[in-house]
Design a binder for this molecule. Structure first.
Ligand code: MN
Ligand code: MN
Length: 466
């Protein structure tokens, strides 16, 4: 008997023992998970583009006492400040008790998602139907974007320099738009093409109208009628498309998935799932030891470049402005900072086991997933966190009973990916990738586990507090 007990103890000690998060929850935690996901659903519905997500983020932050950072102002521990980057990204901070020379605790996520952007000259008419040409943004599997309802979001800057916000399709009763697909009866040839080639990028044209302009003898009467509607609603003319950023995103609201409602389905969870966790953890944070920073970036899906991407000096300017208030240099702060690069990873999909390596996959309901390194094909392009850094985070998560796992994105040489981690590490900031496992990533309807969302929130909360 005694020997059996000892053997079991040895087994528990020596073997890596992963458990389903539901077997590790504490009393009352399941209710908290459900209420957390209600707030998250609202965040998704309010922010289907980086602009609307940034606007909703600011509204939440202001309601929690955050104010725009004024360059040169004096700051105290506990002060809450933010800065918007051109309406598309937000950096928020709560000043810590310790000076910034002791480093900051940063959580970086992104609020842009794959979608169909309109081209600059989008509107045309063909056989008396009006369409908008699109250029897809980010890693889109084109066949997934046909024959589904789409909304139109964005801004148009008119000839006189004034700007109009466009949102069509997200309210009950609004019209929606769609990209048509072939009927099976005529899809014989299309069916023979590889999936990635069946729908061409130049076929992703948004159907926008069919009624001709009345009492007009000219050509393109349907296009003319659409322009007239846009003129009446937004005061815009065709040339105004040239100074517009309009995008089609999947219509519909975030919703529970499964009879047990354990999962959540929506467009744009990559990476608003981590963005919400990083934001809410900051909003709920009491004055921390180290200054806590939440960075919500744009342009991750296309390489983090540009003035609103994670490579932009906008982030450095914000932290540097904080350092200035304490008479410190930015590099002193960076070299002692820690960044959790919070982005989604691929969840093991039992429908497609062949692309995963089961020992190093992320599983739904197994908690926040740490990825020591990303990249592809021999860790190319990877940000590889040190053993010491992973060790620190591992201890932090264990000490606070947070459900977590580790994974790589798919089998070696199957593919791979990366996120903003590398650009944080480039700044001389110790950085570790972590985030929520997602099914159907980059599709119009991504699925996550509510438990994993909440564990990611808790993990980020403890990073801010550390
Ligand atoms: Mn992402
Ligand atoms: Mn992505």
């Amino acid at each position: 008997m005694e020997e059996k007990k000892l053997a079991k103890e040895k087994r528990d000690l020596l073997l890596l023992n992963r458990k389903n998060g539901y077997d590790l929850l504490k009393e009352g935690e399941e209710e908290i998970i459900l209420s957390y996901s209600e707030g998250y659903k609202k965040f998704l519905d309010e922010g289907k583009t980086e602009r609307s997500c940034a606007a909703y983020t600011i509204a939440l932050a202001e309601a929690h006492g955050f104010r725009p950072l004024v360059r040169g102002e004096k700051l105290q521990p506990g002060d809450k400040r933010y800065r918007v980057n051109r309406g598309k990204g937000v950096t928020l901070a709560i000043l810590g008790r310790k000076p910034l020379s002791e480093g900051a605790r940063i959580c970086a996520a992104h609020i842009d998602s794959p979608r169909l952007d309109l081209k600059q000259v989008p509107l045309y008419e063909e056989r008396e139907l009006a369409y908008l040409k699109t250029h897809y943004y980010g890693g889109v599997r084109k066949y997934q974007w046909v024959s589904i309802p789409l909304e139109l979001h964005g801004v148009v800057v008119l000839k006189d320099g004034s700007s109009r916000t466009v949102v069509i399709g997200d309210q009950p009763g609004d019209p929606v738009f769609t990209v048509t697909d072939l009927l099976p009866h005529l899809a014989g040839e299309q069916n023979k093409k590889p999936l990635g080639e069946a729908i061409a990028a130049e076929q992703l044209n948004l159907l926008i109208g069919s009624r001709p302009y009345p009492n007009d003898e000219g050509s393109d009467r349907v296009k003319l009628a659409i322009l007239n509607l846009l003129y009446e609603k937004y005061g815009m003319i065709e040339e105004d498309f040239l100074s517009a950023e309009l995008m089609a995103v999947p219509a519909g609201r975030a919703t529970d998935v499964g009879l047990d409602r354990s999962m959540l389905g929506a467009y744009g969870q990559d990476d608003r799932v981590c963005s919400y966790a990083a934001l809410l953890a900051l909003l709920n944070l009491e004055t921390p030891e180290h200054t806590a920073v939440c960075m919500l970036a744009d342009k991750e899906e296309v390489g983090s470049m540009g003035v609103t991407g994670m490579k932009s000096a906008a982030f450095d300017a914000f932290i540097s402005d904080l350092c200035d208030t304490q008479g410190l240099r930015l590099k002193e702060c960076y070299e002692r900072s820690f960044c959790l690069s919070a982005d989604v990873t691929a969840a093991f999909d039992p429908n497609y086991p062949e692309v995963f390596e089961k020992h190093n996959s992320a599983y739904l309901n197994y908690g926040i997933c740490l990825s020591k390194y990303t990249g592809s094909r021999g860790k190319s392009g990877a940000s590889d966190a040190s053993a010491e850094l992973v060790g620190l985070v591992r201890k932090l998560l264990n000490d606070h009973s947070i459900v977590w796992q580790t994974a790589e994105l798919g089998k070696t040489d199957q593919g791979g990916g990366g996120t903003v981690a590398a650009y944080m590490a480039d700044r001389n900031i110790d950085t570790l990738d972590a985030g929520v496992p997602v099914l159907s990533m980059h599709s119009p309807f991504e699925v996550v586990s509510k438990l994993d969302c909440y564990m990611t929130y808790r993990a980020i909360q403890e990073v801010y507090r550390s």
